[in-house]
Design a protein around this ligand. Structure first.
Ligand SMILES: [Zn+2]
Length: 95
């Protein structure tokens, strides 16, 4: 691992911890507690706090802190499914 990579990883970690404090450790979507723990394998824990763009980058969302929240991986996943389903029904209704 190069020094540059290590620096980036450390920066991301501190950013995650700052956001975690701001949200009092609660998931943006479900309001339940998240963890910052990783398994011994380095894999994130099931309730690990993952970065999420509120507005997706393809929709013009910024990479800035005002567009980034922390949420459970599973909540992000379900949100994406719901969003896609919502778009589908929206299109369907208009026909
Ligand atoms: Zn959640």
């Amino acid at each position: 691992m190069s020094i540059t990579t290590m620096g980036t990883a450390a920066k991301r970690r501190s950013y995650r911890e700052r956001l975690y404090d701001q949200q009092s450790g609660m998931c943006h979507w479900c309001g339940k507690r998240m963890s910052l723990n990783r398994k011994k394998t380095g894999q994130p824990a099931r309730d690990f706090a993952t970065f999420e763009h509120l507005i997706r980058r393809v929709e013009g969302g910024s990479m800035g802190p005002d567009n980034i929240i922390l949420a459970h991986r599973v909540c992000n996943y379900h949100r994406e499914i719901a969003r896609q389903a919502g778009e589908f029904y929206e299109r369907h209704d208009r026909q």
